[in-house]
Design a protein around this ligand. Structure first.
Ligand SMILES: Cc1ncc(COP(=O)(O)O)c(C=O)c1O
Length: 486
């Protein structure tokens, strides 16, 4: 029964109480970040909490303060503490306070940034303009904020496929391709690109993974030979992906050489710069990224080395028409009325540049974070992480029981405990065990990879809170655990 006299909404029943609760939330949130260093880097979820989190949705209402108390008890302590100064696992950013508050404000404003005439698309446009400048892309290029680099790569690869395969892929689909459509990258390519290529209908065989050199950069000769051989075999090469900072070792492909190759072979030149693209801001990295500015498209992450709270990625595309032609689809109910002066008069419709129609205001946290800190400070944080990686490298080299297992690329250090006398399998087991103990102890959280058969600890230092002494502490802990375990 609908009660027509009811004024029920989802707004607070008592605004003063809600205001007090909201202030408490802000205080607790700031305490949480301020005290990040004091807590263990990881606290596993207790069984009871996991069980509590399987209950069905409540049908009745509760007091918001009680809901918040449950958050404090069951969720906050078992968070993945990416904001901890010794969180160095996989490849994440450590967030920033203004970015977090901006995300709250974005949710309060709650605009839909697919298009329409309002201010949020203009904020996103400005942020994209800043990123285009950082990447030395022309003003005529286009861009889109995405959930992360996976979606940014997917978006760019869609444009590449639709633009460089020689026929109308949007209309005729991949079934009309004159041969297998192929994309080229190194064996160190991030898996999200394979997912994108599979989703684009090319099949995983459509990704040709070329061997790498000793420094884990793509072997250019092998790349060229593969393209020539594939063409001769009737395939349709259309894109090369260079990686600016591989996930395993932070290697940066030779982007100038790949740009030349793509120009010669008429291929789309895409850069997966999820990790390294924003390092153009850092003096001690910038030169290694030469050639990236010649790309047709770049995917990058702002939630990694720029520490924007998750999720924030970006794609930029040199040819904005090609970008729009790949995604724009405007039915009657989304027709624009630029001269009408109403809601539909907005000139910036990001829904024309990607898969999503409804889009969150993720630009606000980027805009406010960059305004507060300025690009130079981000550059200094990145440069320091690179310096810290080499500091850690020296600590490893100085310790007889430790060894580097790969070259240090950007801010990624791979090493293992090796006191001698173990075969490969036993060493791998020992290091896996050691890493689990290190994480359980809560002192530091590197992750792992396997390089040339050697399982190793992998420290990815995209963390603006890490201090040099944090690496001394981790090395001491690793050696101590290694000695205990052997
Ligand atoms: C090189 C590279 N590309 C793409 C991705 C995927 O990015 P995201 O997790 O932001 O989607 C990552 C993630 O670590 C990466 O390192």
């Amino acid at each position: 029964m609908i009660d027509r006299d009811s004024y029920e909404t989802l707004d607070p029943e008592n605004w003063d109480d809600m205001r007090q609760l909201a202030h408490r939330m802000v205080d607790d949130a700031l305490d949480y970040i301020e005290s990040a260093r004091e807590r263990p880097v990881w606290t596993p979820v207790p069984d009871q909490v996991a069980t509590d989190l399987t209950t069905p949705a409540p049908v009745g209402a509760s007091n918001p303060a009680e809901v918040y108390d449950e958050f404090l008890e069951k969720i906050m302590p078992y968070n993945l503490h990416t904001n901890h100064p010794r969180f160095w696992a996989w490849y994440m950013g450590s967030g920033n306070v203004t970015g977090a508050l901006a995300d709250f404000l974005a949710a309060v404003l709650n605009p839909n940034v697919g298009g329409i005439s309002h201010v949020a698309p203009l904020v996103e446009q400005q942020v994209i303009g800043w990123i285009k400048d950082m990447m030395s892309f022309p003003e005529s290029s286009s861009g889109l904020l995405t959930s992360g680099a996976s979606m940014a790569n997917f978006t760019a690869l869609t444009v590449a496929r639709n633009t460089r395969c020689g026929y109308d892929v949007r209309r005729d689909g991949v079934r009309a391709a004159p041969g297998l459509l192929t994309v080229y990258a190194s064996t160190e390519i991030h898996s999200c690109n394979q997912k994108a290529i599979e989703t684009l209908g090319l099949g995983s065989d459509g990704l040709r993974q070329v061997r790498v050199n000793e420094d884990y950069t793509i072997d250019l000769e092998a790349l060229e030979q593969q393209i020539v051989a594939d063409r001769a075999a009737g395939m349709v090469p259309f894109c090369v992906i260079a990686t600016a900072g591989t996930i395993n070792t932070g290697a940066i492909d030779d982007m100038s050489a790949i740009a030349d190759l793509c120009a010669r072979e008429n291929l789309w030149f895409h850069v997966d710069g999820a990790i390294g693209a924003v390092a153009v801001l850092a003096e001690n990295v910038r030169d290694q990224l030469a050639g990236m500015e010649r790309a047709d498209s770049i995917a990058l992450d702002l939630h990694k080395w720029m520490h924007i709270p998750f999720e924030a990625g970006c794609v930029v595309v040199r040819d904005s028409s090609a970008h729009r032609d790949s995604f724009a689809l405007v039915p009657e109910y989304l027709q624009r009325d630029e001269d009408g002066g109403g809601l539909a008069s907005g000139s910036v419709w990001f829904s024309d540049y990607g898969l999503q129609l409804t889009r969150q205001f993720r630009a606000l946290k980027v805009w406010m974070s960059i305004k507060e800190h300025g690009l130079a400070r981000f550059g200094r944080m990145i440069a320091r992480n690179v310096d810290q990686a080499h500091y850690l490298g020296r600590l490893v080299e100085q310790a007889p029981e430790l060894e580097l297992t790969g070259p240090i690329g950007l801010d990624i250090v791979c090493f293992r405990y090796n006191p001698g006398g173990f075969d490969t399998e036993a060493l791998n087991r020992l290091n896996r065990n050691l890493l689990n103990k290190l994480q359980q102890g809560g002192v530091a959280a590197p992750s792992y990879t396997t390089l040339n058969g050697a399982y190793c600890l992998r420290v990815a230092i995209s963390n603006h809170r890490s201090r040099f002494e944090d690496f001394d502490l981790m090395v001491e802990e690793v050696i101590g655990l290694g000695q205990k375990l052997t």
